[in-house]
Design a binder for this molecule. Structure first.
Ligand code: MV4
Length: 498
């Protein structure tokens, strides 16, 4: 097993990885940027090193610095988490060259699947379903026009190097095609340094359903079922759940075996996610492969009982998978809400500042992968995710009821956040019915105003009032002295925001 692992990330995922390492008995090295000196993640590693200033390119994306830190600290492996260097083929390649095991797929696999056009070809050759579409030469608009006509409008122009919706254009009619191709290509070139685009039939109201896979270095590969990730805004997932309300056992098995087929065609090793779109007639089509551990991996862990991060580490160490497909089952239901520092009433504008007070939910069927603490400062430099609140239930209703209660118990004061918004989505009638597709939020929450105010001033005033009140009396009515004053932190048990 590895002697020591460097965790090339920050926040909740760095903590998640540190915990898996700890359980496997492997010492860890954390890294942090200047504004992360008080980051929660470095309280969970055995050592931690400053790697640079706030700008990601000079710290968490600084390949030379991270590789040097890993070597100096005596590490023999690096876990990249998600984001930052997780899908950077050059980083994976560099690690291997320097004698550090990259805990993820091989550099060539990352590179191959990073090209949406190459991934599409691979999937097509493997005999798995892709969305009707076409490639065309850079200057061959005529071929693009013919293909679009054959495919039928509306079509979607996509960037080969893309992801996250960048370089995507929906085209409803032929006269808009050329302009859209040009602007998509321009956008892709400036965002990814590669202006290659292709076209696909545009699917209306698809669901986003992805399959978790694990593959070992002997070529064995299993699927750990699906995650439904249709609740997104601007290509950012907000709520994920498993099982998907849209799948039955037969469709689940077909999608799972398709994902395994795709992974094996790519000679995939380690954990990965095969994304599919599911149309209204329940046809599924390959979208892309994510070559990393994903944000939403905990819900799969809740229903399968498999520690995905621990299995990633074992696979990277050359171990065979400890289970066969037939031994894997889904039990119960799990849902994840991403708790963000952002203002739902102001176009979800990212929030920053100090968390004056937080009280996070816990209890039966609740998992909270959190990167915050009382007094923690959220900076503008990174993704404003505060935590991932995950619940488990014997069935969907119990998982969602537990989520609603956990969100009600979740108190974050001093910084705008989306907790109330998530609560309203979780309790939405159509969400409760499982009628989720990628257009859900636009349709049901085009703009958002919290039903009874979301003012953090009010929240702080209530906390201050509670604190003031608590100076005079205990809950049984007897007087307490100044030295025994309970802080708002201690009295939050009785405190509810919703
Ligand atoms: C699509 C699509 C409809 N038709 N492709 C968005 C991100 C990118 N990775 C793929 N995306 C989409 N591709 C075809 N042919 C709709 C989307 C899409 C979407 C996909 C998954 C989750 C949320 C989404 C939100 C809007 C559009």
């Amino acid at each position: 097993m590895f002697k020591k692992i460097l965790i090339a990330n920050r926040g909740e995922i760095a903590i998640r990885i540190a915990k898996a390492c700890h359980q496997l008995g492997i010492p860890t090295v954390g890294v942090y940027s200047e504004p992360d000196r008080k980051g929660k993640h470095i309280q969970f590693t055995d050592e931690a090193y400053l790697i640079g200033p706030a700008a990601p390119t000079e710290s968490y994306l600084n390949i030379d610095m991270i590789v040097q830190t890993a070597k100096d600290a005596g590490c023999d492996a690096v876990h990249p988490g998600y984001g930052f260097l997780a899908e950077n083929a050059a980083f994976a390649g560099r690690c291997e060259k320097e004698g550090l095991t990259f805990i993820g797929p091989k550099a060539e696999t990352i590179s191959l699947l990073g090209s949406k056009i190459e991934a599409r070809r691979l999937v097509q050759d493997a005999g798995a379903p892709v969305i009707p579409g076409a490639e065309f030469g850079e200057d061959d608009f005529e071929s693009c026009r013919k293909s679009a006509k054959l495919i039928g409008y509306p079509v979607l122009i996509k960037a080969s190097a893309g992801g996250g919706g960048k370089g995507m254009r929906v085209v409803e009619k032929e006269e808009d095609l050329e302009e859209a191709v040009e602007s998509a290509s321009r956008e892709a070139r400036s965002a990814f340094g590669d202006g290659t685009v292709y076209i696909e039939k545009y699917l209306k109201k698809p669901r986003h359903v992805e399959i978790q896979i694990l593959a070992d270095s002997t070529g064995d590969c299993v699927y750990l079922f699906e995650r439904e990730c249709s609740i997104q805004r601007r290509h950012q997932k907000i709520i994920e759940e498993t099982p998907s309300p849209a799948l039955d056992p037969e469709l689940r098995q077909r999608m799972g075996t398709a994902a395994v087929k795709i992974a094996q065609a790519a000679k995939y090793v380690n954990a990965g996610t095969v994304e599919f779109l599911l149309d209204e007639d329940k046809n599924f089509y390959f979208l892309e492969v994510n070559t990393r551990i994903q944000v939403e991996h905990p819900i799969t862990e809740m229903v399968t009982g498999v520690d995905l991060v621990a299995r990633q580490i074992e696979i990277a160490d050359g171990n065979k998978l400890p289970f066969k497909q037939e031994e894997l089952t889904q039990r119960g239901h799990s849902v994840e809400c991403r708790i963000y520092a952002e203002d739902p009433e102001n176009n979800f504008f990212p929030a920053s500042g100090k968390i004056l007070l937080c009280a996070e939910p816990e209890g039966p069927g609740i998992r909270n992968d959190s990167g915050i603490y009382n007094g923690y400062e959220v900076t503008v430099h990174y993704d404003p995710i505060l935590s991932k609140l995950v619940t488990f239930g014997e069935n969907r209703e119990q998982a969602l009821d537990r989520m609603a209660i956990a969100l009600r118990e979740y108190v974050v004061l001093g910084i705008r956040n989306n907790i109330r918004f998530l609560y309203d989505v979780i309790n939405h009638e159509e969400f409760r019915k499982g009628n989720t597709d990628t257009g859900f939020l636009e349709r049901h929450f085009p703009e958002y105003t919290a039903p009874d105010g979301n003012s953090s001033r009010l929240e702080i005033a209530i906390a201050a009032a509670m604190h003031h009140e608590s100076r005079k009396t205990t809950r049984t009515g007897s007087t307490v002295t100044a030295t025994e004053q309970p802080t708002p932190w201690q009295t939050l048990g009785a405190f509810r925001m919703l």
